[in-house]
Design a protein around this ligand. Structure first.
Ligand code: IMP
Ligand code: MG
Length: 195
């Protein structure tokens, strides 16, 4: 008899469904690093991480890569306490490194409407890098509003609001080891405080 598929351990009481347990994320981060290595060879490149969401992913991914790498971060305005992106994202804190004639890998946690990566991609391109590639852990293809695909994608996920492993709702849940769908009753301002 085939073994029943083991249900992933619960992440947190506010999580309705575990989408990606930490073991699965770890495996995929390693294989993504191999895909990236296959493209860059031994070349040096500059990682630009979009904070805060991409911190965990960036830190795990870059430790799987043995190329010489430089790291910089860009902070883009977030959702606040909403679960849908509204309006135009804004760059709140930009680069400090010079990326002219450098190979750049832009890393984000999730590609949703695509507005954030488009905005940051335009900024980076103006600084004349030698090349620009993009890497996202999650891709919510169903919600795309701009014509943009990432060069490296960890997982394609359904159109559900997810948290954990760097992804937040109103700055909460970033510290969960895995990624899960937030319970609908927790998707309102203040809901994290009520247990
Ligand atoms: P986009 O500009 O619509 O592509 O949105 C990208 C940004 O929205 C990401 O960097 C995330 O910070 C945030 N985001 C999109 N979907 C989710 C989600 O399901 N959970 C948490 N944050 C999300
Ligand atoms: Mg983000």
């Amino acid at each position: 008899m085939p073994a029943a598929k083991k249900k992933p351990a619960p992440l947190h009481p506010a999580i309705a469904e575990v989408l990606l347990p930490d073991t699965q994320i770890k495996r995929r981060v390693k294989s993504l690093a191999r895909e990236i290595k296959a493209v860059y060879g031994d070349q040096e490149f500059t990682i630009i991480s979009l904070i805060n969401g991409a911190v965990m992913f960036t830190s795990d991914l870059m430790r799987e890569i043995d190329n010489p790498v430089r790291l910089d971060c860009i902070r883009v305005s977030s959702y606040g306490t909403k679960t849908k992106s509204i309006g135009t994202p804004q760059i709140i804190h930009s680069l400090t490194l010079d990326i002219k004639k450098r190979h750049v890998l832009l890393i984000d946690d999730i590609l949703d409407t695509g507005k954030t990566l488009k905005l940051v991609g335009e900024l980076v391109r103006k600084l004349k890098p030698a090349s620009l590639r993009t890497c996202v852990l999650l891709d919510k293809k169903a919600r795309r509003e701009v014509d943009l695909e990432a060069d490296f994608v960890g997982f394609e996920i359904p159109d559900k609001f997810v948290v954990g492993y760097g992804l937040d709702f109103a700055e909460r849940y970033r510290n969960l080891r895995g990624i899960g769908v937030l319970r609908p009753d927790k998707q309102t301002a203040g809901a994290w405080a009520t247990g």
